[in-house]
Ligand binder design. Structure first.
Ligand code: NAD
Ligand code: 9W4
Length: 484
């Protein structure tokens, strides 16, 4: 018989509790959460416009929606928008650290969703929360899923697969994450060997927020295993430009400054990678008055950097002169121990690219010649073999999330407006079991919904102009393969 989790027994199995209305860290934080949500209304014009335009028609009426997405203030605004569209919502976070407890408390107290999320969940608690979000009090599941990273989709798909091949439930996994999920599926199977078949049969579709989750969806579609339609929100232009370019352009400096209070003007900042994230970072640092060096492996991106006035050099050359290093490549071992040993004393190193292996942290962590001096949470001085030091932010993980609060609300408004339109499409259209991107008309609509807040005035084609351009006056204005 399994025991409920306690401080003394932190890995014990947690049974699902379908009568529990929510589980958050502290309901008393609800007032603060609601105040921050109110403040973000002005900065999330897309979501507010969706409420106004689609709210009265209640396109999600009768739809049960499960969300597995960082439970932040911005997500709380998404939840309340979905509620305005008529949805019945259950929610969990998609990362054990990313919940803002005041946001979760506000959602619980407002009764906007049955929310199961708090900052600092264990992996066992995380998968319990995900299953709670996927299970309504009558034992049924959602009609729609909003996923970030694909964990809710994974649980349903793996649940179905394991009901067909129960050997999968006895498999050992290297990852504790998978181990915890499968443990839950094993318990489900004991209770009802067709549980996940029943859940999957009811699902009309999923909309997915991130690259990782979208990648999983295409893999499922390719192997013929995708059980319901999916919409890839990640590749909407209004999502990716904001997430990669405009978002990081602001949140990099936020992270560096909250962590170090360093003056950026006059410094040499080395940005590794000149994709959208690198471009945002480089232009931001230049805006502060830094001299910015770029490293690239792709000649096209390197040429773009050079044409935009940046010095392009190798990381080996840059290590000797840089004051601040930023990795933004999606690659591994971009800054190695050998590079760190060459750096100026107290050079600052951070990553805004791939989750945690762009900087070779193992060189520091597994090397008896290196000594860690914690300065404050997420800021460490590492004394190296040479006697010189480097300052590493967020333990080499994403600096804008570890040292700051991620993207601005306006950035998330673009992303989440796409999510709302994707959910409406899944609820109203008959789709095949494949991965769709949102049509360009809807991408253009998301952009339109954000223009008014910026005081921008859009020009309108005349019929003669539209005919000449071979487009409709109402769009879409570009061919599918257009690169913005
Ligand atoms: P991208 O592919 O457009 O750009 C990455 C660039 O890095 C490419 O131009 C590539 O040629 C270059 N590159 C690869 N390996 C390199 C190396 N070893 N040295 C120098 N340059 C190298 O991708 P992107 O959209 O700019 O995203 C970059 C990373 O940032 C991804 O891992 C993405 O998941 C992540 N990301 C982070 C956030 C955040 O908030 N922190 C937001 C969006 C994306
Ligand atoms: N956040 C996050 C926060 C703290 C944190 C181990 C201890 C991503 C996107 C959005 O991942 C997010 N602390 C960590 S990992 C971690 C992650 N650790 C690691 O050691 C500390 C996250 C989307 N988003 C915004 O960007 C703004 N609003 C949003 O909803 C949020 C959070």
């Amino acid at each position: 018989m399994s025991l409920a989790q306690t401080k003394e027994n932190p890995t014990a199995f947690l049974p699902t509790d379908l009568s529990m209305p929510y589980k958050v860290a502290d309901l008393d934080l609800a007032d603060f959460g609601n105040k921050e949500m109110q403040l973000s209304e002005n900065e999330m014009p897309g979501l507010m416009a969706v409420r106004k335009k689609y709210g009265p028609g209640k396109p999600l009426q009768g739809m049960k929606v499960t969300g597995s997405l960082h439970m932040t203030i911005q997500t709380a605004m998404l939840i309340e928008t979905l509620k305005t569209l008529g949805a019945d919502i259950r929610w969990a976070s998609c990362n054990i650290f990313s919940t803002q407890d005041h946001a979760a408390a506000a959602i619980a107290k407002n009764g906007s969703a049955a929310v199961f999320a708090w900052k600092g969940e264990t992996l066992e608690q995380y998968w319990w929360c995900t299953e709670q979000a996927l299970t309504w009090p009558d034992g049924s599941g959602p009609d729609l899923i909003i996923d970030d990273g694909g964990d809710a989709t994974l649980m349903v798909h793996y649940g179905v697969k394991a009901e067909k091949d129960t050997g999968l439930l006895d498999q050992d996994f290297d990852s504790r994450d998978m181990q915890c999920m499968v443990e839950r599926l094993r318990a489900c199977h004991r209770n009802n060997p067709r549980h996940w078949h029943k859940i999957a049969d009811q699902i009309r579709g999923v909309s997915e927020e991130t690259t990782t989750g979208v990648h999983r969806l295409y893999q499922l579609a390719t192997s013929g295993e995708l059980l319901f339609p999916a919409i890839n929100v990640n590749d909407s232009v209004t999502k990716s430009k904001f997430d990669n370019l405009y978002g990081c352009r602001e949140s990099l400096a936020d992270g560096i400054k909250r962590a170090t209070d360093v003056m950026i003007a006059g410094k040499i900042v080395v940005v590794c990678g000149y994709g959208d994230v690198g471009k945002g970072c480089a232009h931001s640092m230049r805006g502060f008055g830094a001299r910015v060096l770029i490293t690239e492996i792709d000649p096209i991106c390197a040429l773009q950097a050079a044409m935009e006035g940046f010095e392009v050099t190798t990381v080996e050359e840059a290590t000797r002169v840089g004051d601040i290093f930023v990795t933004a490549t999606g690659c591994i071992d971009v800054i190695t121990g050998a590079h760190m040993e060459q750096m100026k004393d107290e050079a600052i190193i951070c990553n805004i690219g791939h989750f945690d292996n762009e900087i070779e942290m193992t060189y520091l962590e597994n090397n008896s010649d290196c000594r860690r001096i914690p300065i404050k949470p997420q800021v460490d001085k590492w004394v190296l073999k040479s006697g010189k030091s480097v300052v590493v932010l967020a333990e080499g993980r994403l600096v804008n999330l570890g040292c700051a609060t991620g993207h601005a609300s306006f950035v998330m408004s673009n992303s989440f407006t796409n999510q709302c339109l994707a959910q409406i499409k899944l609820a109203t259209d008959t789709l095949e079991n494949r991965v769709y991107t949102l049509p360009k008309e809807l991408d253009e609509e998301v952009a339109r919904l954000h223009l008014e807040r910026l005081g921008a005035r859009l020009s309108r084609l005349t019929d003669r102009q539209a005919e000449y351009m071979d487009v409709s006056v109402d769009g879409p204005f570009k061919p599918e393969n257009y690169r913005y």
